[in-house]
Design a protein around this ligand. Structure first.
Ligand code: HEC
Length: 146
């Protein structure tokens, strides 16, 4: 028995309002999701390309679970580590006294121009011109964070 009218959306007005609100929230999210991957890609780098680029560093630096100091300090867990703080490497006075913690931004700046970030450090390295290569190396180093 059908009484009254069959209306699955008895409050059309309210329903429209909900739809409108939903779209107002959803549209920016959808737009964000479209552009986000490009940013993430740019910000995170490519760890495989980074592994290849790390060849520039590997003559002096080891990285990995059992890495030890060589010509340079080991770089396992370097992101978030205090500069000049590994126990098995003898740092320059400049690096020992640097007093900051390696954030990704600090590392980026250091790899670009080591002497600008820690004047008087003894890392004999000119720096890397390519931002992409620096991002790739950071992505590679990130895979050794525990
Ligand atoms: C010719 C050798 C050499 C090369 C090549 C080299 N480094 Fe270094 N690096 C050093 C030395 C030596 C130090 C210590 C500097 C000091 O004590 O002043 C150092 C320090 C560092 C530190 C600071 C570590 C800490 O414990 O505070 C980071 C980070 C670093 N190097 C990253 C890199 C990366 C990444 C590359 C490759 C792009 C690279 N280095 C290339 C020799 C090198």
């Amino acid at each position: 028995m059908v009484t009254g009218h069959l209306n699955f959306y008895p409050h059309d007005g309210a329903n429209e309002l909900i739809t409108e609100r939903f779209m107002r929230v959803l549209t920016p999210i959808a737009l964000l999701l479209c552009v986000l991957p490009a940013f993430v890609q740019a910000a995170t780098g490519d760890p495989l390309a980074g592994r290849a680029a790390f060849a520039k560093c590997a003559s002096c630096h080891a990285v990995g679970p059992s890495a030890r100091a060589g010509f340079g300090p080991q770089l396992t867990n370097v992101i978030g580590r205090k500069a000049g703080s590994t126990a098995d490497f003898k740092y320059s006075p400049a690096m020992s006294a640097a007093g900051f913690t390696w954030t990704e931004d600090k590392l980026r700046a250091f790899l670009k121009a080591p002497s600008d970030v820690v004047p008087g450090n003894k890392m004999r390295f000119w720096g890397i011109g390519s931002d992409k290569q620096i991002d790739d190396i950071l992505a590679y180093l990130r895979t050794f964070q525990q």
